[in-house]
Design a protein around this ligand. Structure first.
Ligand SMILES: [Zn+2]
Length: 118
């Protein structure tokens, strides 16, 4: 969609400019210049719309750190809705079958290995 609309935007802008330039010497000058400007505006709208779509970013990946209260076993898994710090999870420790609690929820940054603690 974005590539097609961008290409269409370039074509329409060029076509509008051509109609504007071509209609300048004709008897219907005002009509053609209006049509040319209208087509150009449509083309620019398509170009701008494509640019705005590109700036949208998906939400950053979030992970949950779970820790066993008995043996200090740690596990990182994908964040699930409803997760909060110090919540006891249903899953048990794979090492000692002890109860595990959520120690932290982190946003994983793509550009660096730093973690932001919520
Ligand atoms: Zn354990």
């Amino acid at each position: 969609m974005s590539v097609v609309s961008k290409l269409l935007g370039v074509v329409m802008s060029a076509l509008g400019l051509f109609i504007f330039w071509w209609g300048w010497g004709t008897s219907g000058q005002l009509v053609w210049s209006f049509v040319g400007m209208f087509v150009m505006a449509m083309g620019f709208t398509l170009l701008t719309a494509g640019r705005q779509q590109k700036e949208e970013k998906p939400p950053p990946p979030t992970v949950t750190e779970i820790r066993c209260g008995s043996c200090d076993f740690k596990e990182i898994r994908d964040f699930q809705k409803g997760d909060y710090v110090l919540q006891t999870v249903e899953a048990t420790c794979p090492k000692c079958q002890g109860s595990m609690t959520i120690e932290g929820v982190y946003i994983v940054r793509e550009d660096s290995e730093d973690k932001d603690k919520i």
